[in-house]
Design a protein around this ligand. Structure first.
Ligand code: FAD
Length: 413
């Protein structure tokens, strides 16, 4: 016997949960299945930066980032102010050349309507000497989220909480160009669901699920997923007496620092880099060089270091980045030619609300809501609301000396 419902969502990250809220609000009978604690995937591995779109050169993409930030996230944060991690985060770009900085500022302002300006003040009394002499800092406000509070806000209503179940989707069965059946292990039982629409919001779990879809013509249906870029993304975690700085410091080899406040007395820097562990040495070198300029007298022994690796998934439009910005899929939603299947193309957490809106638009066009909410108890299922920990909070930071030994790093000072 299959369980009937309007929409089955796979994945309890920011994307699946945002969509669950939107669909529940419209009266659809929805169930979200997730195999790990909520947020456990990329969502709570990320720095949770809500970005305006300045990292991308694609105009439609910049517009979508702006729309997500101005419209959806702003009203969400007004409703749940506690999700802000860092009240007055500023995003800083440091340029050696004044011409380059001015040109960039004009592009952001005039072409993309992104609000950047030259930073005039004394940056926490901490900016490296060299930069104040011969560089320009551009700044903009950005919002950082507290991951656990974000998930808590997304499951704050009873209706939503009662439509989440702990379970792993194992197989999607297609028939005549539409999803016929979905199999899942739920509470140790092999169950079968018959949703009118299926949404995959499983992050890096989307690809194995699509690979495991039963259909004769798989190659052509899922060709687009050849551009699925599934890479390791490591975040170096630095704790200690460090300033709350967030920015891109180009003269330090494009060093990116994202700072998070643990409490009033503790700041953590999250320094991401894409790639392999053998490059870690370079990243550490950049950070230590930067730190030595911020606080020349500081001792490295004051710092704690650690790192974690997450899976960053992007569906790229073109494999190679063009210009300075990167390209990711503008469409955001893929149907793979299957009428009632929607795949959220993972890219940025910032875009989750606009991706959700796109999926909702397509669902409302094709089916009307059933009048009754999906009731877990009717099917002997129980609701699942466990929230994962933000990854950086769980990193076991050892001393610098230990960190160096563990990772066989050479002395960089
Ligand atoms: C290190 C790192 C830093 C990042 N920084 C940022 C940032 O600062 N700002 C930003 O906007 N974006 C950032 N991103 C990207 C962002 O995190 C992702 O785009 C976003 O979190 C994707 O959310 P999601 O809900 O689609 O996927 P996920 O959060 O990965 O959730 C997918 C869920 O699906 C579940 N699942 C998988 N397979 C199955 C299955 N078969 N059955 C049931 N459940 C399943 C998993 O348990 C998981 O919880 C970053 C990513 C990484 C890795």
């Amino acid at each position: 016997m299959s369980i009937n419902l309007d929409v089955l969502i796979v994945g309890g990250g920011v994307q699946g949960l945002w969509l669950l809220n939107d669909l529940t609000g419209l009266g659809y009978s929805v169930l979200l299945l997730t195999k790990d604690p909520l947020g456990q995937g990329q969502t709570l591995h990320s720095q949770l930066r809500i970005q305006g779109g300045h990292s991308f050169s694609d105009e439609p993409l910049v517009r979508r980032f702006r729309e997500a930030t101005n419209e959806h996230w702003r009203s969400f944060i007004e409703r749940y102010p506690e999700v802000r991690a860092f009240g007055d985060s500023r995003l800083l770009f440091l340029y050696r050349s004044n011409e380059r900085a001015i040109e960039q500022e004009e592009t952001w302002r005039n072409k993309y309507q992104l609000n950047f300006q030259q930073y005039q003040g004394n940056l926490l009394n901490n900016l490296p000497e060299a930069t104040s002499d011969s560089g320009i800092v551009l700044e903009s406000d950005e919002t950082w989220l507290d991951g656990q509070r974000l998930i808590a806000a997304l499951i704050s209503t009873t209706e939503v909480r009662q439509q989440i179940c702990h379970g792993e989707v194992t197989e999607i069965i297609l028939n005549n160009g539409s999803v016929q059946k979905v199999r899942a292990m739920v509470n140790g039982n092999d169950l079968s669901f018959k949703p009118k629409c299926l949404v995959l919001a499983a992050g890096d779990g989307n690809k194995p699920l699509l690979d495991n879809t039963i259909d004769g013509n798989k190659e052509s249906l899922f060709a687009r997923f050849n551009n699925f870029d599934n890479k390791n993304y490591t975040v170096l975690v630095v704790k200690g007496n460090i300033p709350p700085l967030t920015g891109f410091f180009q003269e330090f080899g494009g060093l990116q620092i994202f700072s998070r406040m643990v409490d009033e007395n503790e700041i953590v820097w999250l320094v991401p880099y894409e790639g392999i562990e053998s490059r870690l040495q370079n990243e550490v070198e950049k950070v230590t060089r930067f730190l030595s300029q911020l606080r020349p007298s500081r001792s490295q022994q004051d710092l704690l270091w650690g790192f974690y690796t997450g899976r960053k998934v992007e569906v790229t439009q073109e494999i190679q980045p063009t210009g300075r910005g990167r390209k990711i899929a503008v469409e955001a939603v893929e149907t793979c030619g299957v009428g009632n299947l929607f795949v959220a193309l993972p890219s940025w957490l910032t875009l989750a609300p606009v991706v959700s809106r796109r999926i909702v638009d397509q669902i409302t066009e094709s089916i009307a809501p059933t009048t009754q909410m999906f009731n877990l108890q009717d099917h002997g299922l129980s609701s699942y609301n466990e929230i994962a920990l933000e990854r950086w909070r769980t990193v076991d930071c050892s001393s610098w000396k230990q960190f160096r030994e563990d990772n066989q790093l050479e002395e960089v000072y």
